[in-house]
Design a protein around this ligand. Structure first.
Ligand SMILES: [Zn+2]
Length: 118
């Protein structure tokens, strides 16, 4: 395996999506759905999107507080199945990276050229 060159000081930037981003699903059962990223699993190249890919989980009761039964929970999606929604042009976009004058590495919208990160 080649070493991941994309790794940088910005943490989860490797996948191009981060917690809190709005993404759109490109393929599969949930195609066209939009949601907020609630978790990024960088090592597995997966993201968990709010309200997308919700599965029923059968939980075993754990103690007095944790009730058992069936709960709804988002299952991770492959990162390449989703695309970042640009907050500026409101379109799904690829991201490129650029370095600001202050040295910070930020993500940039491939369509409108606006910096996505603040
Ligand atoms: Zn844009």
């Amino acid at each position: 395996m080649p070493k991941d060159r994309a790794s940088d000081a910005a943490g989860n930037a490797k996948l191009g999506v981060r917690k809190g981003d709005t993404v759109v699903v490109l393929s599969g059962k949930h195609r066209g759905r939009r949601g907020k990223v609630i978790r990024v699993e960088t090592d597995k190249r997966r993201v968990v999107v709010e309200g997308v890919n919700v599965v029923k989980k059968h939980m075993r009761p754990r103690g007095k507080v944790m009730q058992g039964g069936i709960v709804d929970q988002e299952a991770p999606l492959r990162r390449d199945k989703v695309m970042l929604m640009c907050p500026r042009c409101s379109k799904p976009t690829r991201v490129s990276r650029t370095r600001l004058e202050d040295g910070r590495l930020v993500r940039k919208c491939h369509r409108c050229g606006e910096v996505v990160d603040r």
